[in-house]
Design a protein around this ligand. Structure first.
Ligand code: FMN
Length: 193
């Protein structure tokens, strides 16, 4: 079964990212098309990009880069769970993308965006689409969006998602799976699997 990485893209203490990542990972596991792995950029702990050589050479100096390369190479598809910071993608997401090139190639990617405001990180998602496209990732058009997310949290901080959100997640998963199958040959070649 293909492996889907659900990546938590915010790293600050008290962040909301894990609530949404856990919710999406549960839905993805029930979907049945993927094995699911949550990857938390706070735990990964990459410093600001510090490799001397171009990432496409894959001649990595640091153990943290080799480990990150291994983590991403193992994935067949990825879902970024992201907030919007100042109308753009959060720095940890941009930094994590910057470290690698070939490892991202021909990987289908979806987005879950959330915000306290009404934009649900849509501007961050549209902005980061340019970067994932440069990395030869296939960004699917549909996203799962949680605007004004405080209204969907219970008093104990759990997500009380509406059926429409579950439907959006299932559309994204179906589309990710379609592209995962279509791109598997190209991805295997890029990774020399
Ligand atoms: C540095 C920073 C910048 C933010 N900028 C935006 C923004 O541009 N648009 C928005 O809707 N919310 C913005 N917010 C509010 C976030 O939607 C909200 O704090 C959200 O919980 C951030 O995700 P996180 O908790 O996973 O860090 C910002 C929050 C922070 C901490």
């Amino acid at each position: 079964m293909p492996l889907l990485g659900v990546i938590i893209c915010s790293t600050r203490p008290g962040r909301a990212g894990p609530v949404f990542a856990n919710w999406f990972a549960d839905i993805a596991a029930a979907h049945g098309g993927f094995e699911v792995k949550i990857i938390d950029l706070a735990e990964v702990g990459l410093p600001l990009f510090d490799e001397g050589k171009l990432p496409q050479l894959q001649d990595y100096e640091h153990a943290h880069t080799r480990k990150w390369s291994q983590t991403i190479s193992e994935l067949d598809a990825v879902m970024f769970v992201t907030p919007e910071y100042n109308f753009g993608p959060p720095a940890p997401l941009v930094n994590a993308l910057t470290y690698l090139v070939r490892e991202w190639a021909y990987m289908p990617v979806g987005f879950l965006g959330y915000s306290l405001g009404v934009t649900a990180a849509a501007r961050a998602i549209q902005t980061i689409r340019l970067t994932v496209n440069a990395l030869r990732m296939m960004a699917i058009p549909e996203s799962v969006l949680f605007p004004a997310y405080q209204q969907t949290l219970t008093e104990t901080g759990e997500l009380n998602a509406q059926p429409a959100s579950e439907k959006a997640a299932s559309v994204v998963l179906d589309e990710l799976l379609r592209w995962t199958k279509a791109l598997s040959g190209l991805r295997a070649k890029a990774l020399k699997r």
